[in-house]
Design a protein around this ligand. Sequence first.
Ligand SMILES: *[C@@H]1O[C@H](CO)[C@@H](O)[C@H](O)[C@H]1NC(C)=O
Ligand SMILES: *[C@@H]1O[C@H](CO)[C@@H](O)[C@H](O)[C@H]1NC(C)=O
Length: 285
Amino acid sequence: MDPTSLQRLVFLTSLLSCSTNQARLTVTPSSSQVFRDERVSLRCEDASDGWTVRRNTSIDNRAECEDWGRSAGSSCNISSSNTLDSGVYWCESTEGSTSNTITITVSGGSVILQSPVLPVMEGDDVTLTCRTKMADPPSADFYKDGVLIRTESDGHMTLLHVSRSDEGLYKCSVQSKGESPESRLSVSEKPRTTSSPMTSTMDPPTASSPLPASSLHLVLRVICHLVVFCPYCISTFLMVSIYRERARGSDLSVSMAMNPSTHAEQGLDDDYDDVMSAVTTEHQF
Ligand SMILES: *[C@@H]1O[C@H](CO)[C@@H](O)[C@H](O)[C@H]1NC(C)=O
Ligand SMILES: *[C@@H]1O[C@H](CO)[C@@H](O)[C@H](O)[C@H]1NC(C)=O
């Protein structure tokens, strides 16, 4: 097969694979915990029509946005959150495909821990922030899996170069105010293909979606596309080769019949060129 046809085939394949995308759920504020009465905005990104936000809570089971929020397209807002909004959220298509999940805890108390909603990448620095309702970040004790690990005077605890061993349930506690609910920090493996080192510090009020999670998402997407489109690619390749073999075979016998003597060699060359251009034209769909 000549190189340009092959290039066209690869290009077409990648075009086709872009249309089957996988949605991703993001949340604003980008924090696993919020205070009661705060606004929560959920959005399905990279989603085509028909993707909606759903949730499981203590009272809801796969409930659609219409039942608990205000929806517009593939996004959903809770204008004033309630402790009963605590639960697991995800995007789901009409065919039943699902996105990543996000766990949100709405606190009725006066202390929350702001931690990343999406898994962080191995090697990144992650900052957890302890917040009280009115005041600036106070002096706070930080706990991991129920064990006190650090006391920070400004309410921020930074974990440097996180690894799988940093995964766990975190909470914080402020003297005379009480303690936050617990939230899980997940650390995902660094994909070997990343060329530039990326760092992401969680700064909850401004960060909307941490970079590491999206690069992992990209890698997964590429793998998914390869798995889905390899059979297509291989069968197209086979069909084109078979067609070419047949066309060449029949043209060859025709030219042999017409030029039985000296011009056979010349005719074969011409016919080969014809076949090649036929194959190329066939491919400009
Ligand atoms: C939601 O709840 C249903 C029924 O309990 C369960 O099958 C499903 O796995 C839950 N989904 C998530 C994302 O937790
Ligand atoms: C949800 O809230 C965001 C701002 O937080 C706003 O831009 C968007 O229009 C809202 N969407 C709906 C459906 O209310």
